[in-house]
Design a protein. Structure first.
Length: 362
């Protein structure tokens, strides 16, 4: 029952709102306190800072409730300064999901201006020789690009189509093309990181999972690939992006365990952690992808999305309102660095909400 699940999200969002220490501290991941869970918060600039506010925009859209939109508006003001941040690729997540989503909902021209400025900031990370936007800031002689960055390209494509510079579109196309060539394997699985030589554009090294661990296929990275290439197709209608999204989707679905929620890595031993956030991201991406493919594939992707959301909506994965302010349990931030393991993540809750809303419109 989608309306019941969205009511639950609204309850948890309300609990989170009441617990905010200030309007400039943003829910990131939960941490245990005795038998209960509480949010750990980040400041503006932490890549996850915008997801809670974006969830509030989504709730205001569903419930036609001005309280949610006014809360979202008050929260994003602390993130405004990120429009000028050229030191991170995550201005896409931080600004497009707050000011961009806010503009789409309210048509507030000020929000649009902030979003276009952020796109300009992101474009400064483009290297013509490599043909990509730099993800993490790399030491001299290196240029890091991670699969997550496919999601940040939406800021560039949207800006180019809404009054920003047309070159933003070209940068995003070049980046996506290089990811197909260098980051997606023939079987549709993805590397997490590609390290380029910034002076020659040649690949120095590829890593499969965060922190350079060899072997495996990082589940959330594969989810970012599905969603990112679906977005790429939405803005460009280039068939190569659709083909890549399909390859990544088929890999993801065919490697899921029986309950449709992946382990943090598709090759991780089954005593290691699940990642509910990867399932939520993939489900939302698959619902979008289903509208661009033939009827057979469309049914496959919708069935997979429904199966993932059904599992996430069960007692096994939904947080208990008595003990947690979050939405989904059993997410994994970064297993190799022993960070945020088997917790709730703000972006898992966001993409779960987004996917439910998309499903309700089907």
């Amino acid at each position: 029952d989608i309306s019941k699940q969205l009511d639950f999200v609204q309850t948890q969002a309300e609990t989170t709102w009441k617990g905010l220490p200030s309007l400039t501290r943003y829910p990131d991941a939960t941490e245990p306190v005795g038998d209960d869970w509480q949010w750990h918060y980040v400041s503006a600039g932490g890549w996850t800072c915008g997801f809670y506010a974006s969830m509030l925009w989504k709730l205001s859209e569903v419930y036609k409730n001005s309280a949610w939109s006014s809360r979202a508006a008050s929260l994003i003001e602390g993130i405004r300064k990120i429009e000028n941040d050229t030191g991170t690729h995550d201005v896409g997540f931080m600004v497009f999901y707050t000011f961009g989503h806010g503009y789409l909902l309210t048509q507030n021209e000020d929000y649009k201006k902030v979003t276009l400025t952020a796109a300009k900031s992101l474009s400064t990370r483009y290297n013509k020789v490599v043909g990509c936007i730099e993800s993490w800031n790399a030491p001299k002689g290196h240029f890091y690009v991670i699969i997550d960055n496919m999601m940040n390209l939406e800021l560039l494509w949207w800006a180019a189509a809404n009054g920003g510079e047309s070159v933003f579109h070209d940068m995003a196309v070049s980046h996506a093309d290089n990811m197909i060539r260098d980051c997606i394997k023939p079987d549709g699985s993805s590397y997490h990181l590609v390290d380029y030589d910034p002076d020659t554009g040649k690949v120095i090294k590829k890593s499969n999972t965060p922190q350079g661990k060899t072997g495996g296929v990082w589940a959330r990275g594969e989810a970012w690939a599905i969603y990112g290439f679906t977005i790429a197709y939405k803005y460009t209608k280039f068939e190569r992006y659709l083909d890549t999204a399909i390859k990544c989707a088929n890999y993801f679905i065919s490697h899921l365990p029986p309950d449709h929620v992946p382990y943090w890595d598709f090759f991780a031993p089954h005593n290691e952690s699940r990642d509910s956030s990867a399932a939520a991201i993939a489900a939302s991406g698959l619902i979008d992808l289903s509208q661009y493919v033939n009827a057979t594939l469309s049914a496959t992707y919708m069935n997979a999305a429904n199966a993932m959301l059904s599992s996430l909506s069960s007692e096994a994965y939904l947080a208990d309102p008595k003990t947690s302010p979050a939405v989904l349990l059993h997410a994994t931030g970064s297993y190799p660095s022993n960070s945020d393991i088997d917790v709730s993540l703000s972006y898992g809750g966001y993409y779960y909400t987004e996917a439910l809303i998309k499903l309700s419109k089907k």
